[in-house]
Design a protein around this ligand. Structure first.
Ligand SMILES: Nc1nc2c(ncn2[C@@H]2O[C@H](COP(=O)(O)OP(=O)(O)OP(=O)(O)O)[C@@H](O)[C@H]2O)c(=O)[nH]1
Ligand SMILES: [Mg+2]
Length: 218
């Protein structure tokens, strides 16, 4: 009985996610869902890439997902980027964003004018991977302070993402962290994942992230 309920929730979520993709395909809006543990640097990376994407002439919007607070949305808004906040504590405190909350959030943007909408999912390496948001691509950010074993311990997250950003590489000199071991572990779970190294502090690798977005525009 319990399993049936879970399956029904996921079926409804997947159906709505497909509807979202149909809609955004119509407008040629690229939708990208960024996921990671809390604090890996999702918002910090957005703060660096959004002004550069805007300078290049792209219209970009952001959907911010958090359980509580509008702190990340304020950081995005400070960059003069249109942003819609979803606080999941209004929907029972979910630890992820589902397509039922993404659809109305997307409708706050004029999709005809939007080239890219980026979803920053709730900081969590588990639940967000289970729920299709209707995005075209999923990105995982993993930072150098989290340990090389995370792809093996949280495999679904690394399976559902097409692009991986290894962030906080500026901290490498201070850590016992083996970046090649992390890459080997990512490869074991998802050999097709494209990977870049970045630092939102020194902006190393930020240009490569911009290139990834440009290469995946609709
Ligand atoms: N040294 C260093 N610090 C970073 C880097 N990226 C982010 N940080 C710091 O890490 C902390 C968390 O960064 P956020 O961008 O808020 O992380 P987040 O993934 O958006 O966090 P949640 O939204 O809470 O899940 C902040 O103190 C950032 O300044 C980086 O590349 N290098
Ligand atoms: Mg954030």
């Amino acid at each position: 009985m319990k399993i049936n309920i879970i399956r029904k929730v996921l079926e409804v979520n997947d159906r709505l996610a497909d509807e979202i993709r149909e809609k955004t395909n119509l407008y040629k809006t690229l939708v990208v869902n960024i996921m990671s543990s809390p604090g890996s640097g999702k918002t910090s990376i957005l703060e660096k890439i959004l002004p550069l994407l805007t300078e290049k002439g792209y219209n970009v919007g952001v959907i911010e997902g958090d359980i509580a607070t509008i702190k990340d949305a304020q950081r995005i808004s400070n960059k003069n980027i249109p942003v819609t906040q979803i606080n999941t504590d209004k929907f029972g405190g979910d630890c992820h964003l589902g397509s039922e909350v993404i659809l109305p959030a997307l409708e706050t943007f004029d999709l005809e004018k939007m080239d890219i909408v980026i979803i920053e999912n709730v900081g969590n390496l588990v639940c967000p991977a289970e729920f299709d948001t209707g995005s075209d691509y999923n990105i995982v950010v993993i930072s150098t302070t989290e340990g090389e074993d995370k792809p093996l311990k949280y495999p679904l997250m690394f399976r559902v993402c097409q692009f991986g950003i290894i962030n906080k590489i500026d901290l490498l000199p201070y850590l016992d962290f083996d970046i090649s071991e992390l890459k080997t572990n990512i490869n074991k779970i998802n050999p097709n994942m494209e990977i870049v190294e970045s630092s939102a502090k020194t902006v190393d690798g930020i240009e490569k992230i911009i290139n990834w977005f440009e290469n995946h525009l609709k």
